[in-house]
Design a protein around this ligand. Structure first.
Ligand SMILES: [Zn+2]
Length: 555
C-alpha cells in the first residue's frame, strides 16, 4: 500500500494517476504503517516507511535534513534519461550534486535528476520534478508534436514501479491489459466524404483532380504511390463526369464494403457527421468554409444500419459539440435516432477541442470522446495508451487517438511513403505490447478508394496488430473495459492494515468484455534497478483472486 502525500490542488490528479497505475494506494494518514510513502508535497517529519519517494522540482526541507546538495533549478522543458529511455519534463526540475549512478540524468548535461539513498533501515528516492504537475500537463494541454513519439505518462508509471521494485518491495496492480490478450486495438474511421458526387467544383473535387493529374509524378518519385495506383487514379478521373451524371458507381460510397473486405470481420467504429453543410464554430471565430461536410448522417442511414447489423459501432463525428452544449445534444440525438443505441461516443471533426470540451460532451450525454490526438503527426498527445477521465468530466472517458492516415501521408504533415510510415509506427506497436492499454487507429472513409489508395498501409497495420494478439474492440467496448477496470478497487484487508485486497467490479450485463487480471511483481535485490520482464511477474485472472471479496456493484 502506497501512502500518497499531495497538495490539495493536486489531489484530483493523484486520483486519476492511480486509476492509470492501478495499485493499492490511499492518501497518507499519519500513524498508519505504509511500505511506501510517495511524497509530492513537503515531507512530514515523522514519516516512517520502508521507502519514501520524494518528488519535487525545487529545493525542499527534506533536502536540508538529508544534506542533499541542489544544483540547478530549471523551469522549462527538459529531457531526462534513464539508460536508453527518454522522459520529457514540462515543468520545473532540479538537479543534484552527487557522484555515483543516477536513476535519472539530464539528457544534455548528464547532471543527476533522481537518485537512491538509504538512511538507517529505510530507503529513499529523491526525484527532481513534480509528478502530479507533469501528469496534469499531460492530461490537459498534452505534449507538443515534437515529443509525440514518447508515451510519457506510461513512463512515469513504469519508473515509479521500477524504483519501488528496486528498493526490494513487491508491486501488485491491475494492468491495462484485458485477460487473454496483450493490449486493445481500436480501428476507427472518420466519415468525412462518403459521396464524391456531392462535390462538384469545391475544395474536395479540385483537390482530387490536382492529386491525380498534377501531383502523381511527385508522389511517384517520392515513393508515396505506385505506377499501378497512378493508373487506377487516371481511370477513376475519367469516370468522374459519369459519376456526376449518375451513370457510373461512386467509388467513395462503398467505404463500408472496402473496410469489411480489409478487416475481415474485425469490429470497427465509424464516426459520422450529423448535418450537411455546417462548417460550425471555429477555434478562433468562424471555421473555414471547407470544414462543412457534403453529407449528413441521414444520407448514410442505410450504411449505418448495415454497419450496426454486422457488429460495428457508429458514433458522432461532431461539428459544434466540442463547445456548444445545446448543439452537442442536437448532434448526439441525430446520430442516436439513426443508430437506435443508448450510448454514444464522439470524435470531433478536425479534432476541434478546448478545455471545456470534456464537460460539454459529458453533460450532453456522450459516453466517451476520442478526439485527443494529433492531426499533424502520430503518437501520444496525453502521453498515454490508456483511456482516462478528463478533468471537468463526471463520467465521460477520453480514448486517445494515436495514428491517423492523413497525418502520416499528407505532404503538409509528415509526408511519409508507405515504408517510412510503417517505420514510424513500429515503436508504437512495441509500446502497446509493452505498456498495454489501447492503440487507436483512424483511417478515413475514402482512404481505401481512389485517389488516396492507402489500403496497402492499412493492410500491413492490421497484419502487424494481429501478430501481437490484441483484443480488437469497438471504441465503445474498449472504453467499457477501461470503465470496468476503474470499477475494481483495492480495499484494506480486515485486521491487516497496510495490506490490500482486491474487490472486483460487478458485471456489466450490457456488454461481453474480457476480464481483468491481478499482476504481482517480485521485488529485486535492494539497489538493482532493471526494467522488469515477463519473468518478473505473475498474472492471475481477477475473477479468481477477488472471489472471496464481495463484488462492488451488482446489476
Ligand atoms: Zn473529420
Amino acid at each position: 500500500m502506497i501512502g500518497v502525500i499531495a497538495n490539495g490542488a493536486d489531489q484530483e490528479v493523484a486520483r486519476e494517476f492511480f486509476e492509470l497505475f492501478k495499485t493499492p494506494w490511499e492518501f497518507y494518514r499519519p500513524g498508519q504503517p505504509y511500505e511506501v510513502v510517495l511524497c509530492a508535497a513537503e515531507v512530514p517529519i515523522e514519516v516512517a516507511a520502508k521507502l519514501v519517494l520524494v518528488y519535487s522540482g525545487r529545493k525542499t526541507r527534506f533536502d536540508d535534513e538529508q544534506n542533499i546538495f541542489i544544483g540547478h533549478q530549471i523551469c522549462e522543458f527538459r529531457i531526462l534519461a534513464y539508460k536508453d529511455t527518454q522522459l520529457p519534463i514540462y515543468g520545473s526540475t532540479v538537479s543534484f550534486h552527487r557522484e555515483g549512478t543516477a536513476l535519472l540524468a539530464h539528457h544534455e548535461s548528464g547532471e543527476c535528476a533522481a537518485f537512491f539513498g538509504q538512511v538507517g533501515g529505510s530507503a529513499f528516492v529523491r526525484i527532481g520534478y513534480d509528478l502530479f504537475a507533469e501528469i496534469r500537463a499531460l492530461l490537459t494541454t498534452g505534449q507538443p508534436p515534437a515529443q509525440a513519439h514518447i508515451p510519457t505518462l506510461e513512463l512515469h508509471i513504469a519508473l515509479l514501479r521500477l524504483w519501488i521494485l528496486g528498493c526490494g518491495i513487491p508491486v501488485e496492480e491491475i494492468p491495462p491489459v484485458p485477460e487473454g490478450y496483450r493490449f486493445i486495438a481500436c480501428l476507427t474511421h472518420d466519415v468525412d466524404h462518403p459521396f464524391l458526387r456531392k462535390h462538384k467544383w469545391d475544395h474536395t473535387s479540385i483537390g482530387f483532380l490536382f492529386r491525380t493529374v498534377v501531383l502523381w509524378f511527385w508522389d511517384l518519385i517520392g515513393g508515396r504511390t505506385t505506377l499501378q495506383n497512378v493508373v487506377t487514379n487516371w481511370v477513376a478521373t475519367l469516370k468522374l463526369p459519369f459519376i456526376h451524371l449518375g451513370l457510373a458507381k461512386d467509388f467513395w460510397s462503398d467505404f463500408d464494403e472496402r473496410y469489411a473486405a480489409a478487416e475481415q470481420g474485425l469490429p470497427s467504429t465509424f464516426f459520422v457527421i450529423p448535418f450537411e453543410g455546417r462548417k460550425g464554430i471555429g477555434i478562433e471565430g468562424a471555421a473555414p468554409k471547407r470544414r462543412a461536410a457534403g453529407y449528413g448522417a441521414r444520407d448514410v442511414a442505410g450504411i449505418i444500419r448495415r454497419l450496426r447489423n454486422t457488429g460495428h459501432e457508429v458514433c458522432l463525428h461532431g461539428i459544434d459539440a466540442w463547445c456548444d452544449p445545446e448543439k452537442a445534444r442536437e448532434e448526439i440525438e441525430e446520430i442516436l435516432r439513426l443508430t437506435g443505441t443508448a450510448e454514444i461516443g464522439v470524435r470531433m471533426h478536425w479534432l476541434y477541442q478546448n478545455g471545456q470540451t470534456a464537460s460539454v460532451l459529458d453533460q450532453a450525454g456522450a459516453d466517451y470522446d476520442s478526439t485527443a490526438g494529433y492531426g499533424v503527426t502520430v503518437g501520444y498527445r496525453a502521453g498515454s495508451t490508456q483511456a482516462f477521465k478528463p478533468f471537468g468530466a463526471d463520467r465521460l472517458l477520453e480514448l486517445p487517438m494515436h495514428a491517423m492516415d492523413t497525418a502520416l501521408f499528407y505532404l503538409s504533415y509528415l509526408g511519409l511513403n508507405h515504408r517510412e510510415a510503417m517505420e514510424r509506427l513500429a515503436p508504437m506497436f512495441e509500446s502497446a505490447t509493452r505498456f498495454g492499454g489501447c492503440m487507436t487507429i483512424n483511417w478515413h472513409d475514402r482512404s481505401l478508394a481512389p485517389e488516396r489508395l492507402w489500403g496497402r498501409s492499412y493492410g500491413e497495420i492490421l497484419a502487424e496488430l494481429r501478430k501481437r494478439d490484441p483484443w480488437f474492440a469497438t471504441a465503445g467496448d474498449a472504453v467499457a473495459w477501461f470503465r470496468k477496470r476503474r470499477g475494481a478497487r483495492f480495499v484494506t484487508a480486515a485486521g491487516e492494515p497496510g495490506k490490500a485486497q482486491v474487490a472486483r467490479p460487478g458485471a456489466d450485463c450490457a456488454r461481453e468484455l474480457p476480464g481483468l487480471r491481478l499482476r504481482t511483481y517480485q521485488p529485486r535485490t535492494i539497489g538493482e534497478f532493471e526494467w522488469p520482464s515477463v519473468e518478473d511477474y505473475i498474472d492471475q485472472p481477477l475473477e479468481e483472486v477477488g472471489a472471496g471479496v464481495p463484488a462492488l456493484r451488482e446489476r
